[in-house]
Design a protein around this ligand. Structure first.
Ligand code: MEV
Length: 450
């Protein structure tokens, strides 16, 4: 079907946008309108709050919001909020939490907390002169000119930590950076960092233009390309770890030595083999993203940062590591991550506020720890299944309900099949064929007609 471009969509009323969408893409279906509206919040003020998070909002998109209890973290018990649609993730986290609660729990440590941003600019001329001028004249002015922006952040204990000129001309002709390091305390700090950077660019431009040190060619060559924070924060990093004597790790029929050997091998494979590392880290991100979303943080930034870090040595590798020394098994995750517990969605979204409350209203450092623990727990649970029973056993049990929901099974039918598949292998084919049998029909098409 051919569609026509729409003019002024963002300026239409919400009803107008729905009407346009449904007529243009959904055959004018009343059912489609009803589905969009059925997810509106009945409180108009709350709905407006959600509408205003983003543009052209027509409905709300639900995500399951679950909780994984029994996490012993740095000696305190926590219940971790997780927003995630994938079956088994919350169950796996809860299982890992239960496993480690009697083995000392999880320990966390923030190793450093530096956020970064850059003014990317071009300059053709005497590099050494630029370097000298930057240190002797520009540097102090960069701090001075941003005082109005940094005042509040400094009062909270943060601010600009360090600024330096970086010569990138070996990679791109005439390319330089102001590399800026920040402490943004409990905020993610994107607006703060970007505002500082834009001021740095203006100051740099002004100082070079006003200076008699530079020729007119040099002044004309100066071009600010862009000012933007970096989502890669290798020095904003948290470690989460678990450890216990090897003998505490026996697993069903598998001896503790066998378990540790297979588990360690699985981690080692993810360290050296990018195909496996990608899936291994995806499992870690299952835990991380779920907590990041539940606590109103930017999971795209977190993902981008984690994967860059996983490739920092030139080859994509595991984010977790294992060590067995003097009879002690130690498993840890080093996660670079920039999070906020103030600003952004954290004080606006009622469920985010609730999630943070369940976590005891943590500061950013504590939240970094919780998120890393969720990632480590997830990876432990996945590897534990993979090297013992295999992953499908647990997965398919959870997936059973998804299949039954797709088939629009009644509650009674769901209970029947959960019981039926207790001692049988769940497969998509097996569930559908048993379901058709129970309903007394021959095909899914026939089922849909009824
Ligand atoms: C599935 O979402 C995640 C796993 O594939 C992770 C892994 O293989 O380690 C189970």
């Amino acid at each position: 079907m051919n569609h026509t471009p729409v003019e002024g969509f963002s300026k239409m009323s919400k009803e107008g946008k729905i009407e346009w969408l449904v007529n243009e893409y959904l055959d004018g279906s009343d059912k489609a309108i009803q589905i969009l509206k059925q997810y509106w919040n009945e409180d108009p003020a709350l709905q407006q709050l959600h509408d205003e998070f983003s543009e052209n909002t027509l409905s709300n998109f639900y995500m399951p919001f679950g909780f994984a209890p029994n996490f012993l973290i740095d000696g305190e018990l926590h219940c971790i909020p997780m927003a995630i649609e994938e079956s088994s993730v919350v169950a796996a986290a809860s299982k890992a939490a239960k496993f480690w609660i009697s083995r000392g729990g999880f320990k966390t440590e923030v190793l450093s907390k530096v956020k970064l941003g850059h003014v990317h600019f071009m300059f053709r001329g005497d590099k050494e002169k630029l370097e000298r001028f930057f240190i002797e004249t520009v540097l102090a002015k960069l701090f001075k000119d941003t005082e109005a922006i940094t005042k509040n952040m400094q009062a909270r204990g943060g601010g600009i930590l360090n600024l330096k000129l970086v010569d990138k001309t070996a990679e791109i002709e005439d390319y330089f950076q102001i590399h800026a390091e920040f402490d943004t305390v409990d905020s993610m700090g994107a607006n703060f960092i970007n505002s500082c950077l834009e001021q740095f660019a203006q100051t740099l431009k002004r100082e070079i233009y006003d200076s008699e040190n530079f020729t007119s060619e040099e002044k004309d060559s100066l071009q600010i390309v862009m000012c933007i924070l970096s989502n890669y924060t290798p020095d904003c990093i948290v470690r989460a770890e678990v450890s216990c004597p090897v003998e505490d790790l026996a697993e069903g029929d598998v001896t503790s030595e066998e378990f540790v050997e297979k588990f360690s091998r699985a981690v080692r494979i993810a360290e050296v083999e990018p195909y496996r590392a990608t899936t291994h880290n995806k499992g870690i991100m299952n835990g991380i993203d779920a907590v990041v979303i539940a606590t109103g943080n930017d999971f795209r930034a977190v993902e981008a940062c984690a994967h860059t870090y996983a490739s920092r040595n030139g080859k994509y590798s595991s984010l977790t590591h294992v060590e067995v020394k003097d009879g002690v098994f130690r498993f840890w995750l080093d996660l670079p991550i920039s999070l906020g517990t103030v600003g952004g969605l954290t004080s606006l979204h009622p469920l985010v506020k609730l999630a943070l409350q369940v976590l005891g209203n943590p500061n950013a450092e504590k939240l970094m720890g919780f998120v890393a623990v969720a990632g480590l727990a997830q990876n432990f649970a996945a590897l534990r299944s993979l090297v013992t029973t295999g992953i499908q056993q647990g997965h398919m049990k959870m997936h059973l309900l998804n299949i039954l929901n797709q088939l629009e099974a009644t509650e009674e039918e769901k209970n029947y099949f959960v019981n039926y598949f207790k001692d049988k292998t769940v497969s998509h084919h097996a569930v559908i064929s048993e379901f058709l049998k129970l309903r007394g029909v021959k095909s899914v098409e026939e089922l849909k007609k009824n």
